[in-house]
Design a protein around this ligand. Structure first.
Ligand code: NAP
Length: 286
């Protein structure tokens, strides 16, 4: 854990390499459909400060409406969105960004991510988004699903380093090489799918630790991410789960149990896709 990460409360923050201050905990809204605005408003009411959306989730508008509904000021909530780089390159990136801002009903997004190293034109899109950052449409620019080779390629091209790399992280998918590279190069690590998409809340090892600590398995998994110093964004579409998923800051997993959870990564398993090994050609980062 770096010294800049202090995960002691739902409002804990990290300072990114461009000086932007970002919450360490939030709500992911992938596959949140009809109730997105109400859910986002309920999350904000519960104390969530960060919402993670994407063009691909088709709910940037729901996030914007939820923020309005919450009555909070725009600057009090940190919104992350992302876009899949495509053959459209820079033009596609700027079109997606405009669509995002329209949906959010905002003239800026706090953190914008290249969703994955794919589409053949990442370098070109990244350059265009750096310009959009200069114009104030993006506060911070990052990437998602970038492996070490993609991060090295961005550096080789002389482009500003991303502030964040968002990758799949839970005990069964620890991506130690990427985490190590990011930490050595001051790129903040943001984990997704902390509950392994719900597939592991019934896991025996997690269940035993949860029972011992009088917590739920979901809380143990979310706390594992927090304790590793990863920004984490558990998704729920059920407002009734928002509070308990956030109740992971006034207790900790003892070291011996962290070791047991960490050992689950000896047999890596992914709950979703893994573009971190895409070729540089596929990414457009040559
Ligand atoms: N950059 C990327 O490529 C990428 C990829 C995947 C995800 N993400 C981001 O990361 C966020 C989180 O990841 P994710 O949505 O894949 O999965 P996740 O957060 O690991 O798990 C979500 C699943 O867990 C269930 N769940 C939530 N709270 C629970 C609880 N307390 N007890 C039992 N089950 C619970 C949810 O069901 P209910 O909804 O019914 O509560 C849902 O089925 C996404 O929403 C998205 O914002 C990014």
């Amino acid at each position: 854990m770096t010294s800049r990460l202090i995960a002691s409360a739902i409002h804990s923050t990290v300072k990114l390499n461009d000086g932007v201050v970002m919450p360490l905990f939030g709500l992911g809204v992938y596959q949140v459909e009809n109730n997105c605005a109400d859910l986002v408003a309920a999350a904000i009411d519960t104390g969530y400060k960060l919402i993670d959306t994407a063009e691909f989730y088709h709910n940037e508008e729901g996030v914007g409406s939820g923020l309005k509904q919450s009555g909070k000021k725009r600057e009090d909530i940190f919104i992350v969105s992302k876009w899949f780089p495509s053959a459209e390159g820079a033009k596609g990136a700027l079109k997606a960004l405009d669509h995002c801002l329209k949906g959010l009903q905002s003239n800026y997004v706090d953190l914008y991510l290249l969703h994955a190293p794919q589409g053949g034109h990442c370098a070109e899109a990244y350059r265009a988004l750096l310009d959009a950052k200069k114009q104030g449409k993006i506060r911070s620019l990052g990437v998602s699903n970038f492996g070490v080779s993609h991060l090295e390629a961005l550096a080789k091209l002389g482009l500003d380093k991303p502030s964040v790399n968002q990758i799949e992280l839970h005990p069964w998918q620890q991506k130690n090489d990427i985490v190590k590279y990011c930490r050595e190069h001051d790129i903040t690590v943001m984990g997704y799918s902390p509950l392994a998409k719900g597939h592991k809340v019934q896991d025996k090892t997690v269940g035993e630790i949860a029972k011992k600590l009088s917590k739920t398995p979901a809380q143990v998994l979310i706390r594992w991410s927090v304790q590793h110093g990863f920004i984490t964004i558990p998704k729920t579409s059920q407002a009734s789960r928002l509070q308990s998923n956030a109740d992971v800051f006034d207790w900790s997993i003892p070291e011996e149990d962290m070791k047991t959870l960490n050992a689950l990564g000896e047999k890596p398993w992914s709950c979703t896709w893994d573009p971190t090994n895409n070729s540089l050609k596929e990414a457009g980062l040559q």
